[in-house]
Design a protein around this ligand. Structure first.
Ligand code: F6P
Length: 377
């Protein structure tokens, strides 16, 4: 096979919500490239928007130094998509400009650090002929094809610490405390932190709950002399009623014509808004049914902030350095996935648009059920 002449220029950007470990990955990739001597890394600011505006700079040793332990991303990030870029009050397809800037910078490859949304955008760019590699980052751990994503471990630690702290105040006041945990549409964080923190009930998007079953489990605790309860609820948790309604619309969508589909999509959005993330409403109902004083703590972006854990630093560094090996081997159009102690290249088309949900019979779920943790089902 004839080798194509390469420039040795590697573009890198971080896109989507920030995640602890992003800087460790940038550093791993940058230092590993520098050790080769023939490779140069160009960082684009603020995700695809910065690439569209050609805001970039060379990631030299000075920029890569001292960032291993830093939270956030030194490159900045945004949720802007190449094909739907907000521009002066309108949404414009700027894919061609991004492709043009790829060539202007003489890139051999663009490395995109991101979650599910970034994967989709990166895949689209690969369909436009660009060499793409992605790294799986998100606190949600919702990417298929990889054992885990970086950022998850740090967020898990923060959420677990929060549950630990909430225990003493819940116990002192004999209250129910509901702690809302991020995770978008999946329940890995709530499940992991709920188990590690010893929550009495865990509500996940994958296991729809009813408020009556949840109340029942709390009242049962009361009957055993337990005067407080901690409920770990994933932000995407949903009631059985909501889940059934959503499933019915999704079924209709399968055989709907294009016109009907957009109306159904709108209905789905409305149902989502009504039934998901309604932790405060849930707390009010729970208080009413149980007669127990109930409080809510929403952890929100605290879970994404600050220093990455040792496990995330290690993982992100491994993924960053692996990316350079893939680049040297000209393995493009892939995600650098975690496979035990190794990494493996997973074709983007195999994972794009897929979501790594918690299987309802996952060992962590079984473990929690063995502890008599309620899932409200
Ligand atoms: O995907 C990471 C995540 O933190 C989700 O857990 C959460 O739903 C979302 O991002 C929040 O997004 P934003 O930072 O844009 O509010």
């Amino acid at each position: 096979m004839k080798k194509i002449k390469r420039s040795g220029h590697i573009g890198i950007l971080t896109s989507g919500g920030d995640t602890p470990g992003l800087n460790a990955a940038i550093r791993g990739l940058g230092k590993s490239a520098a050790s080769d001597g023939s490779l140069q890394v160009i960082g684009f600011r603020d995700g695809f928007r910065g690439m569209m505006e050609n805001r970039s700079e060379r990631l030299d040793n000075k920029m890569l130094s001292g960032i291993l332990t830093l939270g956030g991303t030194i490159l900045g990030t945004s949720r802007d998509k190449p094909h739907k870029m907000p521009m002066g009050g309108k949404t414009v397809d700027m894919t061609d400009v991004i492709v043009e800037n790829y060539y202007k910078n003489h890139l051999d490859v663009l490395v995109c650090l991101g979650g599910g949304g970034t994967l989709k955008n990166a895949y689209r760019l690969s369909q436009h002929g660009l060499n793409i590699i992605t790294l799986p980052k998100t606190i949600d751990n919702d990417i298929m094809g990889t054992d885990v994503t970086f950022g998850f471990d740090t967020a898990l630690g923060i959420a677990t610490d929060a549950i630990d702290r909430l225990h003493s105040t819940a116990s002192s006041h004999h209250r129910i405390i509901i702690v809302e945990i991020m995770g978008h549409r999946v329940g890995w964080l709530a499940l992991g932190a709920g188990l590690a923190g010893g929550a009495d009930a865990i509500l996940l998007p994958e296991i729809p709950y009813t408020i009556d079953k949840l109340a029942e489990s709390i009242l049962e605790r009361v009957s055993r002399g337990k005067r407080f309860s901690i409920v770990a609820v994933a932000e995407g948790a949903i009631t059985r009623e909501g889940a059934n309604k959503i499933r019915a619309i999704e079924k209709k969508m399968d055989d709907a014509e294009d016109e009907q589909r957009s109306a159904l999509k709108k209905q789905l959005k409305e149902l989502d808004a009504e039934y998901r993330g309604s932790t405060i409403k849930m707390a009010e109902e729970l208080q009413k049914i149980t007669g127990l004083e109930t409080r809510v703590t929403i952890l929100g972006h605290l879970q994404r902030g600050g220093t990455p854990s040792a496990a995330d630093r290690l993982l992100a560094t491994r993924l960053g350095t692996s990316a350079i090996e893939y680049i040297k081997n000209e393995q493009f159009g892939v995600m650098v996935a975690v496979d035990g102690e190794r990494t493996k290249p997973v074709p983007l088309e195999d994972v794009v648009g897929k979501v790594n949900y918690v299987p309802p019979d996952h060992p962590w779920v079984i473990c929690a059920r063995n502890l008599e943790t309620s899932f409200g089902d």
